[in-house]
Design a protein around this ligand. Structure first.
Ligand code: GSH
Length: 206
């Protein structure tokens, strides 16, 4: 088995959370290297794009969160073997990543401009993505996004919905998901209650 080291911020969310969860669920040993936000300026110097997460595989550094999640998802048995189910899984992950990028574009905005940008995001793209995700979930049986079982698409949406509900994103109402796409909260709870996921957060006292 390759030696794996995942580098990301020291919080339970964001772009590395699906990979962390996948490796925990799949019993894949890895170094979970977490750093404080204050250390980001230093850490980013060692990454090709000044971004995290990165994954070192036997010392070779790899970027791009979804590529990393897909790789560890395959190791963990959480990625569909069937090409069509893999396509559906990827589609959901890419849509969430597009939504992440739109949110990231507002991160450096402050004051009234932030309120305006986030409100426009909530009423436009976020509404669209959340409704679409809910419709995808329902179209594929209502429990999981692809393959009729837990895949990395579920882990990606789980981390995304938790982030939106968290109250850490200024001007994103914490009841947004509940109002627009309540099935996604039910899905989030289903994933949270999956024994390996529940055990993972218990380990951190959450
Ligand atoms: N496409 C990259 C984007 C990574 C990314 O934007 N990461 C954020 C943290 S979640 C970051 O490092 N931002 C700093 C920057 O882009 O300058 C991926 O999916 O890994």
């Amino acid at each position: 088995m390759s030696q794996l080291k995942l580098t990301y911020f020291n919080f339970h969310g964001g772009r590395a959370e699906p990979a962390r969860l996948a490796m925990h669920i799949g019993n894949i040993a890895f170094e979970d290297y977490r750093f404080a936000y204050a250390d980001f300026a230093e850490v980013r110097k060692s990454t090709p794009f000044g971004q995290v997460p990165t994954l070192h595989v036997d010392g070779v550094q790899v970027t791009q969160s979804d590529a990393i999640t897909r790789y560890v998802g395959k190791l963990a048995g959480l990625y569909p073997a069937d090409p069509l189910q893999a396509l559906l899984c990827d589609e959901v992950m890419c849509a969430v990543e597009d939504a992440n990028i739109k949110m990231s574009s507002t991160n450096s905005v402050t004051g009234d401009a932030l309120k305006e940008a986030r409100t426009a995001l909530v009423n436009g793209p976020l509404t669209m993505y959340l409704r679409w995700l809910q419709s995808q979930l329902q179209a594929h049986g209502g429990e999981y996004f692809a393959d009729h079982r837990l895949t990395i698409a579920d882990l990606k949406v789980f981390a995304y919905v938790r982030g939106l509900n968290s109250g850490h994103l200024d001007h994103v109402p914490t009841d947004l998901v509940e109002k627009l796409a309540p099935q996604l909260n039910i899905h989030m709870q289903r994933i949270a209650n999956t024994p390996a996921v529940a055990q993972y957060y218990t380990k951190f006292g959450l």
